[in-house]
Write a protein that binds this ligand. Structure first.
Ligand code: SF4
Length: 287
């Protein structure tokens, strides 16, 4: 249930969205990484940050889990992030002597499998997502980089495809955008097969954020600036509540955002830990 607390000075009412804290995929990746660090000590690597939250990645580095930009010969333990990994990367890591620990989120794995199924059955695969996002890149690699990627209905509208189109989504895609792209393609293709691969946890988070945005004067979206799902929560909430701000930490909060007696909502991305949200609540209570 949402919690509501009154503060003394600005008399803010604070409503924290239900379900803040890590999603199951992020929890799992962190658990795998921490167990590996305990076992292997100082040579645990992730290709890119384990999750898209700089504050958590910094803490993980302190216990020996290091993000690297590229693979180097010599090996160690390589954790596959929740976003998954491309086939090329996995093969290269093995040839360089890394031991692989796979923490790919089951929702992401399902999206990879569905993309492969569509390709095998002769559909032109379309991924609704961000072309440069690591998850989308790995899904593309599972269909020999043959999938088209669109992020908006406008982009979908410009796509050229054959008569049979298979559509999947980046797991953290906006439900509305996905539905819009599917609708657009369905008007022009003869046969369309759709796998809604948006993860249920993302869909719920978006739903709760949207509903909270209607009830508050100011909304804070907490999460990494490099986190796709946090950015999407920000744009969803901004379209409902004009006073929506994206913050990574409590230090970014500006007292001028809040009028006396305002109701402040807090939502957070899937890779935002609860303690960051609690820091924000504490800061608001002190105002
Ligand atoms: S947001 Fe969903 S798909 Fe992404 S890691 Fe979390 S549970 Fe998995």
């Amino acid at each position: 249930m949402p919690t509501s607390r009154k503060t003394k000075r600005k008399n803010l009412s604070i409503i924290v969205s239900e379900g803040v804290g890590f999603c199951s995929g992020v929890k799992r990746a962190i658990k795998v990484a921490l167990a590996a660090a305990k076992e292997a000590g100082n040579s645990v690597y992730t290709l890119g940050p384990l999750i898209h939250n700089p504050q958590v990645v910094e803490k993980l580095e302190q216990v020996g889990i290091k993000p690297v930009k590229r693979l180097r010969k010599g090996g160690g333990l390589m954790i596959v992030r929740s976003h998954g990994a491309s086939r090329d990367m996995l093969e290269r890591a093995e040839s360089y002597g890394y031991k692989i620990l796979d923490a790919t989120c089951p929702f992401v794995r399902k999206a990879q499998e569905n993309a492969r199924k569509l390709l095998d059955e002769g559909y032109r695969v379309v991924i609704v997502g961000e072309k440069d996002h690591p998850e989308v890149k790995t899904i593309r690699s599972h269909v020999k980089n043959k999938a088209l990627v669109v992020e908006t209905v406008e982009q979908a509208n410009r796509l050229k495809f054959g008569s049979r189109v298979g559509i999947i989504a980046q797991t953290t895609m906006s439900v509305d955008t996905f539905a819009g792209v599917v609708g657009d393609i369905a008007r022009r293709a003869k046969e369309v097969l759709v796998f809604n691969t948006i993860c249920i946890e993302t869909a719920r988070r978006q739903e709760r954020a949207g509903s909270l945005a209607h009830r508050v004067d100011v909304l804070l979206v907490v999460g990494g600036r490099n986190s796709a799902n946090t950015s999407r929560l920000k744009s969803l909430c901004s379209s409902i509540c004009a006073k929506t701000h994206h913050v990574e930490t409590a230090s970014e909060i500006d007292g001028r955002w809040f009028k006396q007696g305002a109701t402040v909502g807090i939502v957070a991305g899937a890779s935002t830990p609860k303690w960051l949200v609690e820091n924000i609540v504490d800061k608001l209570k002190q105002m």
